[in-house]
Design a protein around this ligand. Sequence first.
Ligand SMILES: Cc1cc2nc3c(=O)[nH]c(=O)nc-3n(C[C@H](O)[C@H](O)[C@H](O)COP(=O)(O)OP(=O)(O)OC[C@H]3O[C@@H](n4cnc5c(N)ncnc54)[C@H](O)[C@@H]3O)c2cc1C
Length: 454
Amino acid sequence: MFEQLKASIVGRLILPEDEGYNERRKVWNTSIDKYPAAILVCKDATDAVAAVRFAKEHNIAVSIRGGGHHVAGTAVSDQALMIDFSDMRKVSVDTERMVAVVEPGVTLGDLDAETQKFGLATPTGTVTETGVAGLALCGGIGYLRGKYGVTSDNIVSVNMVTADGELIKVSDQENPDLYWAIRGGGGNFGVVTSFEFKLYPIGPEVLSVDVMYDFEDAKQVFKNAQAFVRVAPDEVTFNMLTLQMPAAPGVPESLHNKKVIIIAGLYAGNKEDGEKAIQPLRELARPISDNSGVVKYTELQSRFDLAAPKDVPVYGTSLYVKELGDTEIDILVDKFKKAPRASALFQFWECHGQMNRVPSDATAFAVRDAGFLLCFDIDFTSEDEKESKGWVESIYQALLPYSLRKTSYLNTAPANEQLTIDTYGENVKRLTAIKQKYDPTNLFRHNHNIDPNK
Ligand SMILES: Cc1cc2nc3c(=O)[nH]c(=O)nc-3n(C[C@H](O)[C@H](O)[C@H](O)COP(=O)(O)OP(=O)(O)OC[C@H]3O[C@@H](n4cnc5c(N)ncnc54)[C@H](O)[C@@H]3O)c2cc1C
């Protein structure tokens, strides 16, 4: 059956019996072990067109792989045709229009590396191997969110293959209904073959926040961080990471196995003004260490590359809260103390400034009134899988009554129907209508799915 597809592409079609099949079907989260019917390693947009037309004609589902980093592993699925963009990694910078033109296999590291040659950046996320495509279509929360919003707010246009197999342009002028939907609606509406993102002057050097606190002081740190978010200027954005330091070479012995909170952030503006603006983050409690100062933007963006799980099975989820209040803090501190594995990681991403200023119905990305996004991840082995997953679930359930309308960040959450509906909130109706118009048979369903039949 696949001979017909093979004859119409410029990329490579990999079938289960072919060399490279097992390597190509792998995604970041190794607990995902799916066997696609075939993998089309695209060389250009025409391959994506051929894939969609073929899938439609033969009534097989497609899955789409950007950087393969979604924790739920939606980039790959049993018996589906996997459209693999990992060989399409070109970035071009247009300094006149101040946009980056980005292929769908580009990673955050690829994008920053190219734009930083011009002292420019678009808001993305952290950890350089993460794919831009999945991240941008579902939000994209990084160190520039306070000043410039989430990544999807900065999509100028995309080229996209619709479920009909047509390659179209989507922007505020062309197909504006899709332009609204793809800015937060994920991979529900088509296969994006190219993005244009807005660029801003950032770097090459920036003022970064890099402070470590003792987990013993967690309550004080979280409380003061919450107080700061209420008054923080747009230019200051920070993440808080709660983790147990490894007993590894390069880590001072005094920190071996110690539970700590790391504040990592950025001042997106004039460095001199920044010193004063970031000061409160350096005084949340008594720091163990403080390496805040001027660094390369690319260095800040890759700071946690080594800390991110790699080649391991991972379980994780997230939820938004309006505030880090006393109850939420008590739950979080208690749960982290009871982590079943040293690899447990809590990440708290504060939400303020431009990312919250965009009206929730201006794009599909609906959650614009959170104070913090709380993400919980743990890797596991076959021996402690149940306990580790149970621990993550117990945190989620304990915090759910205090969450913001039961919303999650879909880029860091399981592909769960109710969660998707709750998170899109008032935007679900409009998303469903657009899905019915462009993908009535739900060809694009391996994602946080908007069901066209509901
Ligand atoms: C280590 C790590 C660090 C992270 N850090 C951040 C962070 O700082 N900020 C943040 O916001 N998120 C972060 N994330 C979450 C990240 O946003 C998601 O994992 C996101 O899905 C990554 O995109 P991807 O292209 O790698 O995903 P993939 O797994 O390849 O794709 C996920 C889904 O996106 C859709 N998709 C992908 N490509 C296309 C396309 N070309 N056309 C249409 N649909 C497509 C599909 O539905 C696909 O199933 C992180 C994740 C990891 C694992």
